[in-house]
Design a protein around this ligand. Structure first.
Ligand code: DC
Length: 222
């Protein structure tokens, strides 16, 4: 069977829009594989910090990305060089660092093969910024989720507070806007909807609403 026969649903969109929650739910319900591509950029950022490599040293950062020793555990844990780092890569600082290394074209190139390797039967939910435009342009269904920066900041605030983080909503709005700006304006694979993506504004929708919409779109697409 050729790769293109393996069904793929791409879920792209800006930070804090709920891609991770929806993607995990879809993967669980369809019993498909799940690519959390943002985690790979977050891990690259973390590896730079741990190894004291500056983001400006683009060749070194790309080499690090290429050689990351990562394990995604079925339990949801993520091991980097054998150590559990999931909580470490979910902070706002880690998200910002991810956005910085993600703007380096050589890093995106270095992570390409690793992302494509997730395409395995029975299917794949691919979550990120450029899943439908660059990594899986032949996807069965492409979804692009949106919501206002204020709404996304509120959601992220709730998540972070629940996890015991001490954050201010106003700071999150600014951070989300800065990250959008960087992700949308970089030269290599900027954040944008694929021409054939279905755009869903999630501002007024529950997780269940979005999930049901995506499933309906998928059923109509096969
Ligand atoms: O989805 P996330 O918040 O975990 O992503 C963190 C950063 O990684 C995001 O600000 C931009 C970058 N990213 C990317 O450039 N391309 C992807 N496919 C996924 C994430």
């Amino acid at each position: 069977m050729s790769d293109t026969k393996i069904p793929v649903i791409t879920i792209d969109g800006p930070g804090g829009v709920g891609k991770g929650t929806i993607s995990a739910l879809l993967a669980e319900n369809l019993n498909w594989n799940y690519l959390d591509s943002g985690a790979l950029y977050r891990l690259t950022g973390l590896a730079c910090v741990q190894k004291s490599i500056k983001f400006e040293a683009t060749d070194e950062v790309a080499k690090l990305a290429e050689n990351l020793v990562v394990q995604f555990l079925p339990s949801g844990g993520i091991l980097l060089d054998g150590n559990e780092v999931e909580p470490l890569i979910r902070t706002e600082v880690a998200g910002n660092n991810a956005s910085k290394v993600a703007a380096i074209p050589e890093v995106r190139e270095a992570l390409l093969k690793r992302q494509k390797a997730f395409l395995q039967l029975p299917g794949l939910i691919a979550d990120g910024r450029d899943m439908g435009t660059t990594i899986f342009p032949e996807a069965t269904l492409k979804v692009f989720l949106t919501a206002s920066a204020d709404e996304r900041a509120k959601r992220r605030y709730k998540q972070l507070i629940e996890k015991g983080n001490n954050v201010k909503l106003a700071d999150l709005v600014v951070e989300i806007q800065e990250r959008d700006e960087r992700d949308m304006n970089r030269s290599s694979s900027p954040l944008k909807a694929a021409k054939d993506a279905h755009i869903i504004d999630t501002s007024e929708l529950t997780i269940e609403d979005v999930f049901n919409k995506v499933i309906r779109l998928y059923k109509n697409s096969i």
